[in-house]
Ligand binder design. Structure first.
Ligand code: GLN
Ligand code: ZN
Length: 759
């Protein structure tokens, strides 16, 4: 008999209940007790949603983040968060977001812990902090409570914990000491944890070590061996879980670790399954993550059965089935999507539906295909409809892709020649000032959008309101004296969703929320078919803005790589193919703007870095096609049209060559928080085109002084010829208020004028 289990379930709730409970608690409109009650109701709901499985996860739920929970479980709580009065929950939220509910404005000086991307997903975790004196101590109360809670409700659970080596790997040493020196103490606390779990009657414990899919040096490989050899004496069964990629050179090591079961991501590492079966000792259970926990498509159940039946005959009871990874990364329930086109809906599976698929596969293996014949048939009908749908395959798009040649991806002349032509056409001072695109998304703007959606405003009334916003924004920028203006993006809810909604091949959900961090969620659109540009999307707005002013207005677009990385993508063609289609669609929009008389066009690639593969050895191939996609989008225009791009990060060093190959005329980039750290990237390689190193941190409400901006730009001018420098903020201003934006930009313009007259 195969056994079924799940690695983790989305916590946020079908209707984002957790988000609202948290935000209400932070606003003090509900009590701590109410918050705990909502959390426990959610857990009950989630266990009941998973109840078809043999083993349900416990401890995967989190009020904010599971890595932060692990820090609390291990007693690794940063001293500064408990230096002030408050209870454990206050400490927890201080670590997560800099403030507990008992803190008042005068207490807001505590720095929250850093947050960073969880492997190659769009989920962000709270980075554990270490120094050479870090000592761990077990604080398992909360985990035990959740296990007992599940049992009291009649659910059979296996606790989920983050493994010691991955925990260390994910953290940051604050004093530069070697994190691995903490391993012995850490493992002894894990030993105590596992003994405790065994004592309260847990049969299996899932221990996650996703670092096993990364490039590990010998020290880290050794740490894994050491940790698991030490833990093997505890008589609880360990299911070691790896996910998000192939094991490659860690395969043998992984198979040999002394645990009772191994889970691998059989979606990304399909080709490794046979090898793992060869290497895995006979007494170990193998859990295959056969259903994609990172995407929203129905699985091909017949094809999976063809593959699994012989594996099942060989492994028998040693075979377990699960999703490839925790379901944290996908929406909860497709049933909520009543408004979604029914044909497209029939192709999809969200968390709950994915677990149904596991159940069907297990039944087919355990009791024969005939025991689930109608479900299998239904699945196959849906898959056939998707394969053959005329909405998925547009021959015109495929024909265009085939016609892409080297010329499609290069500008007519090299940057140096273009720059001369652009300078004579667009007259700009030295140190020209601009912004990244968005201006404050005021309550009024959001209300107008809501009113349009709920039909309290007509399309026409909405348009008039947006035009008024654009006019206000243009007048403000003129008054501030900026050189290159923008329209301010009031009409955009989100930089990906806005464009996706108007391209063929994209579908949108109503409730498809996925946790990004804490209470924040995103609702990634779904690319289901060939992407095509069917009409001009942005021209009307940008042209309107341009009609109001004699200053140049920059047209704003979202680039193909960012559209790709912030969407759920097709699984029936490569990411690269989908990205090429997006590139052609963006190219059409760029050309439409140029034709409408817009001479400066920015193609944002905020998420280009996010798409980097986990293993460095695979970076080049990603960067090659990603850069090419950007160039295809950008290269249709005349030499005189100035192409900008924007990226919101300063970790630039390792990809600067690729970014230079994008060959944008101007790049604006984050930088102020790192104090021009990005300039160190130029030690080996000087960025060859124009660059605007962001001079002020838009994430902070603080107003940068004229002097601080001058100082940053002077540093930049030591490295980059001044005729290639721009002055701009770090990122878009949509989350700020006008009261913050006005003085900040005023200082920015003053700094630029000062610089221009002093060089
Ligand atoms: N143009 C976008 C804005 O200004 C860019 C956002 C981003 O980089 N994340 O909002
Ligand atoms: Zn940005």
């Amino acid at each position: 008999m195969v056994t079924t289990h799940n690695l983790g379930f989305p916590r946020i709730g079908k209707n984002r209940e957790l988000k609202f409970a948290l935000e209400n608690y932070w606003k003090k409109s509900i009590s701590e007790k109410d918050l705990y009650k909502s959390a426990s109701e959610l857990r009950r709901q989630h266990w009941s949603d998973q109840s078809k499985l043999d083993w349900l996860p416990a401890g995967d739920f989190s009020l904010y983040d599971h890595v932060l929970d692990t820090s609390f479980l291990l007693g690794n709580i940063p001293g500064r968060v408990c230096s002030r009065s408050g209870d454990r929950l206050d400490y927890y939220f201080r670590a997560a977001r800099g403030r507990g509910v008992t803190d008042t404005a005068s207490d807001y000086s505590i720095n929250a812990c850093e947050m960073t991307k969880w492997f190659d997903t769009n989920y962000h975790y709270i980075v554990p902090e270490f120094d050479k004196n870090t000592a761990f101590s077990l604080q398992a109360g909360q985990l035990i409570e959740q296990i007992n809670e599940a049992r009291a409700q009649g659910f059979k659970v296996k606790p989920v914990v983050l493994g010691p080596v991955t925990y260390l790997w994910l953290g940051k040493s604050k004093d530069g000491s070697n994190k691995l020196a903490l391993l012995d103490n850490l493992v002894s606390v894990y030993a105590e944890l596992l003994s405790t779990l065994e004592r309260i009657g847990c049969e299996w414990v899932q221990i996650d070590e996703p670092v096993l899919v990364l490039e590990l040096d010998q020290d880290w490989q050794h740490a894994l061996r050491k940790a698991y050899y030490q833990l093997q004496s505890i008589p609880v069964k360990l299911m070691l879980a790896t996910y998000f990629g192939e094991l490659l050179n860690n395969l043998q090591l992984t198979c040999e670790l002394p645990v009772n079961g191994l889970h691998i991501d059989a979606v990304t590492a399909t080709d490794e399954v046979a090898k793992v079966i060869d290497w895995l000792p006979n007494h170990k259970v193998l859990s295959l993550g056969i259903i994609n926990g990172r995407n929203v498509w129905k699985a091909d159940l017949y094809r999976l059965l063809e593959w699994l039946e012989p594996i099942h005959s060989a492994l028998q009871d040693r075979l377990w089935l699960a999703p490839s990874c925790s379901l944290l990364h996908i929406p909860v329930d497709l049933e909520s999507e009543a408004a979604l086109d029914s044909e497209i809906r029939s192709w999809l599976a969200f968390a709950i539906q994915k677990l149904d698929e596991i159940d069907i596969l297990a039944k087919a293996l355990n009791h024969g295909r005939s025991s689930v014949s109608s479900q299998l048939e239904e699945n196959s009908i849906a898959l056939n409809s998707r394969r053959q749908s005329a909405r998925v395959h547009l021959s015109a798009v495929k024909a265009r892709i085939n016609k892409i040649d080297d010329k499609t991806a290069v500008r007519k002349s090299p940057y140096r020649e273009r720059a001369i032509q652009q300078r004579s056409k667009i007259k700009l001072p030295f140190f020209p000032t601009t912004t990244i695109g968005s201006f404050p998304q005021t309550q009024k703007i959001r209300q107008a959008r809501l009113d349009l959606r709920q039909s309290r405003l007509s399309e026409k009334e909405y348009r008039t309101l947006m035009q008024q916003e654009i006019e206000t924004c243009v007048r403000e920028q003129e008054a501030l004296g900026l050189d290159v203006l923008v329209h301010g993006e009031p009409e955009r809810n989100d930089m990906v969703e806005y464009f996706g909604e108007q391209l063929a091949g994209y579908a949108f959900t109503q409730f498809g929320w996925v946790q990004s961090y804490g209470s924040r969620c995103v609702k990634p659109p779904i690319i289901y078919g060939d992407v095509a540009h069917t009409h001009a999307i942005s021209t009307e707005w940008i042209q309107y803005a341009q009609s109001l002013t004699s200053k140049p207005v920059k047209g704003m677009l979202t680039g193909p790589v960012t559209m790709l990385n912030w969407s759920f993508v097709r699984d029936d063609q490569s990411r690269e193919q989908t990205c090429l289609q997006l590139a052609l669609a963006v190219r059409d929009e760029v050309l439409a703007l140029e034709k409408a008389g817009i001479g400066i066009i920015q193609i944002d690639e905020a998420a280009l870095r996010e798409g980097l593969p986990l293993r460095k050895s695979q970076w080049k191939s990603y960067l090659d096609w990603a850069v090419r996609a950007f160039r295809i989008a950008a290269s249709g225009v005349q030499d005189t049209t100035q192409i900008h791009t924007h990226m919101c990060y300063s970790e630039f060093n390792d990809i600067i060559v690729a970014i230079a190959e994008m060959d944008a005329d101007v790049i604006t980039i984050e930088n102020s928080r790192s104090g021009m750290e990005l300039l160190s990237a130029f030690d080996q390689f000087l960025y060859p085109n124009e660059i605007g190193p962001g001079v002020y941190d838009i994430h902070s409400p603080n107003i940068p002084s004229v002097d601080s901006i001058i100082e940053l730009m002077q540093k930049a001018a030591q490295r980059i010829p001044i005729d290639r420098l721009w002055v701009n903020p770090d990122c878009g201003l949509k989350t700020r208020s006008w009261d913050e934006v006005r003085p900040a930009l005023r200082n920015m313009v003053a700094a630029s004028r000062h610089l221009a007259s002093h060089f």
